[in-house]
Design a protein around this ligand. Sequence first.
Ligand code: ADP
Ligand code: MG
Length: 347
Amino acid sequence: MPAAGHTDNRLSQGSHMTAQQPIEEFPARAPDAKTVVVALGGNAILQPGQVGTFEEQLVNVDGAMRCIAELVESGWRVVLTHGNGPQVGDLLVQNALAAKTVPSMPMDVCGAMSQGSIGYMLEQTLLNHFHKRRLEVPVVTVLTQVAVSAKDQAFDNPTKPVGAFHSEAEARKMMLEDGHVMKEDAGRGWRRVVPSPKPVEIVPRAAIVDMVRNGICVICSGGGGVPVVRGKDGSLSGIAAVIDKDLAAALLAKEVAADALLILTDVPKAYIHYNTPEQQALGTVSLAEMQAYAAEGHFKAGSMGPKVAACMSFVEAGGTAVIGSLTEVVQAMAGEAGTRIVPEAGA
Ligand code: ADP
Ligand code: MG
């Protein structure tokens, strides 16, 4: 129970939680259990119209983790990943506003902070749902560096807006003094833009694979990972960039040899002719069909585009991929909801 006088308004906890069992007493998960990498969209943490208080985020995350607990209860081993856009955005604003009082942290450090804070909320609420269901599955959040290539063409053309809006004068000063690339954002002001390079290596993959094999529910690669590059000698260093979380999830799913990739978002399916009178929901689609739709430009860059690209790259590697709504998790894995991409027509 919270200490007396502690007034923050968190989810109420049972006061009779049993002590954690020693790890060797956890029953090993069935060795033949199938593994799914689940990528949570931004709506799992923050809903439209909310400002992003800790309490709001915790309530959203709690609801999402109830669905993940259901999935684990239905027999799946789950590896969880998540977005972090609004959370990193807030950290960058905090840094900018407090810069005269405390030193600002670079973007990669803000990404690492957000993996910690979001991982904490996911881990705690998921453990609470496991506890209610008497599921003895350990949950661990892994701070995940994800390496990108320094030669990635994305570095020549930064496209991803991050952080606060600025006046043109402020933006010009930041370009000169900090070397940031600043662009005008749809009439709303000037914003810093950073590159969005492709993920090439999940740095702690061996540890993640080991934990997944041992039946641990791993939360990792949050926000697409903390972006790093490897020097010629193999050394790692952080860079200012944003890796798409869905593309990182596909790489993660390949690395852990997952059976399935499940991308959860705020729409129940992917559509062709999205937002037009001809809009048509996609159910089960072959890889070849999906490639054709993607080539026709049905999936928007920066939102549905990377989800479809992530699914296609995972299916090419032999898995099954589903895009669906956070409210239909178990149904999506049972083939009753969402857009399912399969290797061949009729599969
Ligand atoms: P997330 O935080 O889950 O990654 P995104 O906003 O990046 O969410 O992606 C989901 C959004 O993609 C949907 O809300 C929808 O507006 C948009 N979208 C773009 N094209 C399509 C499409 N062809 N089918 C479905 N949704 C699409
Ligand atoms: Mg997205």
